[in-house]
Write a protein that binds this ligand. Structure first.
Ligand code: GMT
Length: 375
């Protein structure tokens, strides 16, 4: 199949899922065309079956906002025609599903038919998409997609609750390439960041308020009072500076490392003992799954789709959003002795195997085939 993938090429989960999916599809013999404004961060090798087409938006002073949807729509039309793309798979409804629908209508004028598969990722539904300024267009573009998938049961429920959806929504969970996350490091250089007796707690995100960054600092504050430990904070975003300030206020700044965005997630997870994801809402929690695939247990909130990923008392623990005391207690329960910690590490890895890429990607292929047959 010739598949066009539209996604955000940044460090966000939706872009990571789209990129890993495209790479795997290409390995399975499909021709994959990424169409977006920058080469996706995890797309390192452009092989024979993977192509990248940049959507560029020239700056023009008349426009207060540059019209990205328009540039994307034009690019989609041009690329479908040029490369004979058979299907467009758009990740994140805003504005990708909308632009794809416009492209589809334009192509129809020329007698070309292109089906659209839309994957809903989370904030395109919960935080952003359901806002009154976007809701009408988001509802329209979901209903006009030829197939719709959601990354968790929880997100499907949210979509049906928040929008008037006429389409079926197929749940295809996010996935992980377990083989890639099997720590191959002979030495992940743990010693550069922590002493032998210190435990390493990690958080990776885009540092938006939905991630509840202050909760992570407060839970860590409680942990380090009981167990020698360090906190690794990986990522960039608006909550990073206030978090640095909070660490100084609590007097733990020498125990917390702020990395910024990193391409060395595997190495960081390799030396981590515990991962924290106390989010206000999370459609799935791909970062938690990545941690678990590296054998790192998770302390998380129980919101959204996280309970579909992290199993309470098995791969980690779940608490109500904002329950810092419970999260601290649970973290200490996991870290209290090596035997318990190793058991949780083993369980985390096992639970991650339920989301292995080889089980999930065929589900997307099935949706593509079904959609092409329907049309
Ligand atoms: O977490 C974010 O804020 C980024 C966002 C994105 O669009 O990349 O992540 C969403 O999609 C991920 C991949 O499907 C999910 O794992 C995240 O849970 C989801 N984030 C939220 O729902 C807040």
């Amino acid at each position: 199949m010739k598949i066009g993938i539209v996604c955000y090429p940044t460090f966000g989960g939706s872009g990571v899922v789209a990129t890993e999916l495209g790479i795997e599809l290409s390995k399975r013999g499909h021709e994959v065309h990424f169409i977006t404004y920058k080469q996706p961060v995890r797309l390192e090798l452009l092989g024979n079956h993977v192509h990248f087409h940049e959507v560029s938006v020239p700056e023009y002073p008349l426009f207060h906002y540059q019209p990205y949807e328009l540039a994307l729509t034009s690019k989609l039309v041009d690329m479908v025609k040029l490369h004979k793309i058979e299907l467009l798979h758009v990740h994140y409804a805003i504005p990708h599903a909308y632009a794809a629908y416009m492209a589809k209508k334009m192509l129809q004028e020329e007698g070309i038919y292109i089906p659209i598969v839309t994957t809903l990722h989370g904030t395109d539904i919960t935080l952003v998409g359901s806002h009154p300024v976007y809701k009408t267009a988001v509802t329209f573009s979901i209903n006009k997609s030829d197939a719709v998938t959601s990354v968790s049961e929880s997100l499907k429920r949210d979509t049906l609750r928040l929008f008037d959806i006429k389409n079926d929504i197929h749940v295809i969970t996010n996935f992980i390439d377990i083989a890639k996350h099997t720590n191959n490091f002979v030495d992940c250089q743990r010693g550069m960041l922590a002493n032998e007796d210190e435990k390493i707690i990690t958080h990776i995100s885009n540092f938006r308020s939905v991630k509840r960054i202050p909760d992570i600092i407060k839970v860590f504050y409680n942990i380090q009072k009981e167990i020698p430990s360090k906190l690794m904070m990986v990522g960039e975003g608006p909550e990073k500076e206030p978090a640095e300030e909070l660490c100084r206020k609590l007097g733990i700044e020498d125990k917390v490392v702020f990395f910024g965005n990193s391409n060395e997630i595997d190495r960081i997870l390799c030396y981590s003992d515990l991962f924290m994801l106390p989010s206000e809402t999370e459609s799935f929690g791909l970062a938690a799954l990545e941690a678990m695939a590296s054998g790192v247990p998770v302390i998380s909130s129980n919101s959204g789709g996280i309970p579909e990923v992290n199993v309470h008392g098995v791969s980690g623990y779940l608490s109500d959003v904002g329950d810092i005391e419970d999260m601290s207690k649970n973290a200490l329960a996991i870290l209290k002795d090596e035997k318990t910690l190793n058991k949780f590490k083993e369980n985390a890895k096992k639970q991650a195997c339920n989301f292995d890429i080889y089980q999930i990607v065929p589900q997307y292929e099935a949706i593509y085939e079904e959609t092409l047959l329907k049309c």
